[in-house]
Design a protein around this ligand. Structure first.
Ligand SMILES: Cc1cc2nc3c(=O)[nH]c(=O)nc-3n(C[C@H](O)[C@H](O)[C@H](O)COP(=O)(O)OP(=O)(O)OC[C@H]3O[C@@H](n4cnc5c(N)ncnc54)[C@H](O)[C@@H]3O)c2cc1C
Length: 336
């Protein structure tokens, strides 16, 4: 590991005075080598450093900036989670458990208790894909902004089965799967103190649109909070993650379903798949199948099949279609 200097930012202003690049800009083959980058928990950043992909000359620790670790909730405006709230704090939060069950479950199934203690929500959303070709110094792959996607004809058992035409990496955040299903928004603050709020769909970037970035953040921008809208009293939600093993691991497939129910009739629903595509993927086909229907074995199965209609599995990951079929149906049935 190369030497780097360290700066402990005590305010957003101080942090912006130090930082020179996002990690995504820095690790591109033609990106700035002499970079000062943000760190919160450091779980993903330090992995990228150990893998030799990132080699920042300065680390700007934003973990201790006052206010960024605050959470608040009220029934009218919903839940506000500061970017530095840890996954452990979210996992234990009774308000999240009571009102946003799918989010509670997603966070509790992410990583390990030790990792959740370190990992922050902002870092989780801005982490890079775990695709082993992307993580390998030997592969100048599509997601690094150059070359080809080696997963297309390579070792692709954990890779994308949808929207995988140019790059078959999957996004690593399973927390985002649940947040998108609740129609959460991301608050971004820039170096001038200006704020914008974007939907989760706007936040993530599909590699076919720009292969160098997984999210829209620029070096003069910081996630300051995630806002989850209020839910009505009839809202029910479910989340299921399937990994290769029961203990810590990223998802092979995960799904979050959030529905406004009237008895067993689904008035409104959001169905989001994780580890299916290079970005968290809202299945409009499954949503279309379920909206306005009574939930039962048949309608849940139809929605799951509809979600997989446009799947384009690769040579070694066809099994993921069956896994998604099973967990989508199971998650929908958990609503009644
Ligand atoms: C073994 C293992 C299993 C895992 N399993 C899962 C899982 O199942 N589900 C899941 O979702 N995650 C999983 N993770 C990922 C883990 O949750 C993330 O690595 C972690 O959330 C990153 O958070 P961090 O605070 O450590 O980010 P850091 O490593 O500090 O930062 C990550 C990136 O975000 C940027 N950044 C950080 N904060 C901000 C901010 N506020 N604004 C803008 N940019 C910012 C940094 O510059 C860096 O580029 C796993 C990790 C490991 C090691």
């Amino acid at each position: 590991m190369n030497r780097f200097s360290w700066f402990d930012a005590t305010s957003i202003k101080e942090a912006f005075e130090q930082v020179t690049a996002t990690v995504s800009e820095h690790i591109q083959p033609k990106g700035p080598k002499d970079a000062a980058v943000f760190k919160t928990g450091g779980v993903d950043l330090l992995d990228l450093v150990k893998e030799g992909l990132a080699n920042p000359s300065r680390i700007v620790n934003i973990r201790n900036i006052p206010g960024l670790d605050e959470k608040s909730f009220d029934k009218k405006s919903g839940l506000r989670l500061g970017a530095n709230v840890t996954l452990a704090e979210m996992a234990e939060d009774p308000v999240i458990r009571e009102n946003y069950l799918a989010l509670h479950l997603a966070v509790n199934h992410a990583a390990t208790p030790q990792l959740r203690n370190m990992s922050t929500l902002g870092g989780n959303l801005a982490q890079r894909t775990r695709c082993w070709y992307f993580r390998s110094l030997d592969h100048e792959c599509f997601r690094k902004g150059t070359g080809t996607c080696f997963a297309q004809d390579g070792e692709n058992e954990f890779h994308a089965i949808m929207r995988n035409e140019d790059c078959a990496s999957v996004h690593a955040s399973s927390v985002a799967t649940a947040l998108m299903a609740f129609n959460a928004t991301v608050e971004i603050t820039n170096s001038k103190g200006e704020q914008k709020t974007v939907t989760m769909e706007e936040f993530f970037i599909h590699p076919s649109d720009d292969s160098r970035y997984e999210c829209i953040l620029k070096s003069d921008e910081l996630i300051t909070a995630v806002i989850v809208p209020p839910v009505s009293s009839g809202t029910k939600s479910a989340y299921i993650k399937q990994g290769a093993r029961e203990s810590y691991d990223w998802a092979i497939a995960d799904v979050a379903v959030v529905a406004e129910m009237s008895g067993s009739t689904c008035k409104k629903v959001e169905i989001v798949l994780g580890a299916a595509a290079p970005i968290p993927f809202k299945s409009m086909e499954a949503i279309g199948q379920l909206k306005g229907k009574t939930i039962n074995d048949t309608t849940a199965g139809n929605a799951a099949r509809a979600a997989m209609e446009k799947a384009t599995p690769l040579t070694k990951n066809g099994y993921k279609v069956d896994v998604f079929n099973a967990i989508i149906k199971r998650a929908i049935l958990q609503l009644v």
